[in-house]
Ligand binder design. Structure first.
Ligand SMILES: [Zn+2]
Length: 333
């Protein structure tokens, strides 16, 4: 599988980055794919080529944001066990991340960081003896984990909802006074906090799966979006964004640990009683079964998710990280 690591490079590439942006603008205008046509910008042809490929072919792009320097695999030398050497930039990067890679796919650079994409061997999927169910929610805990075999429950990530509420309130205040730059800063701060929570919660879920020798079952999100649950549980852009992020973190962490992930049909996971299958009623976080069984609503849903037959295993379907630099740094793995 492909992983991307963020490494501080300690060099100043502001001149090169400025040229890169000019080349990207040139690419958007001319749709040229030949590095000779962009020679006048004075960037090394191996990097120029990458920029032209990326921006000349992108038909949907109208405006250029920040442009990174992309160095392809063939222009990177693995120098022993500890260094990557990039001759066209005279840059050497310490290998501070895992060293068991079979290939360096590419390195992207901004003025502070290098994003090193490597291919690492994928562990074989474990033979698991049970499943845990992960119930995701917009209110209360973002993930409630249920393990039917032992009857154990874990409630994780309580703060997200409050953080979102708090920052939404702050943003509303700023909107009134039209302080748009400040709004952006605050949005970024909230994203960082939520991202950090998602990293920790997904790590914890994988730990629980390891401890219980279980696979991980989740509701199929595509189905959730269409279903009536949307109103209650998946309100708001931040939430759906945050759910997808939690899922992608969970997918790669599980994959690195060889833990299978399976998806289940999301219909009625919060309406059915996990003990007898009757249709019960849910009021807030309280679930009441007509047969008398009362449970925490998310816990009940978690048990249902864990016990449902899977409708697909994502783990072999695709590379969750492919082509993305929005991926873990060393500290989070
Ligand atoms: Zn019941």
């Amino acid at each position: 599988m492909i992983l991307t690591f963020k490494v501080k490079h300690g060099s100043n590439f502001s001149v090169e980055l400025r040229k890169a942006k000019q080349i990207a603008e040139f690419a958007l205008k001319t749709r040229s794919l030949s590095s000779r046509s962009a020679k006048q910008f004075g960037l090394k042809s191996t990097i120029t080529n990458q920029i032209l490929r990326k921006y000349s072919r992108n038909k949907r792009l109208r405006k250029i944001g920040s442009v990174k320097l992309t160095i392809p695999s063939k222009s990177i030398i693995v120098d022993g066990k500890d260094l990557l050497w990039i001759p066209c930039l005279k840059l050497s990067l310490p290998i501070t991340f895992r060293k068991d890679f079979s290939k360096v796919n590419q390195v992207e650079l901004d003025n502070e960081y290098a994003y090193v994409s490597i291919t690492v061997p994928e562990p074989e999927l474990r033979q698991v003896s049970s499943w845990i169910g992960v119930d995701r929610n917009a209110t209360g805990h973002i993930a409630v984990i249920s393990h039917p075999v032992s009857g154990k429950v874990w409630k994780l990530g309580k703060k997200t909802h409050h953080i979102h509420k708090k920052y939404t309130a702050i943003r509303k205040g700023l909107q009134v006074t039209r302080r748009y730059r400040k709004i952006k800063t605050i949005k970024n701060r909230e994203s960082r906090i939520v991202r950090d929570i998602n990293h920790r919660v997904s790590r914890k879920i994988v730990d629980i799966a390891e401890q219980t020798n279980s696979g991980i079952k989740l509701e199929q999100l595509g189905g959730i979006r269409k279903s009536r649950k949307r109103g209650r549980r998946f309100n708001g852009l931040l939430h759906s964004w945050s759910f997808y992020q939690l899922q992608s973190f969970l997918e790669y962490k599980a994959r690195l640990a060889g833990i299978p992930i399976a998806f289940v049909e999301p219909r009625n996971t919060s309406k059915e009683c996990s003990r007898c299958g009757s249709e019960g009623t849910r009021t807030g976080k309280r679930f009441v079964c007509p047969q008398g069984h009362v449970d925490h609503a998310d816990v009940n849903a978690g048990f249902n998710i864990a016990m449902r037959p899977s409708i697909g295993q994502s783990i072999t379907d695709r590379d969750v990280l492919e082509g993305s630099t929005d991926t873990p740094d060393g500290a989070t793995l």
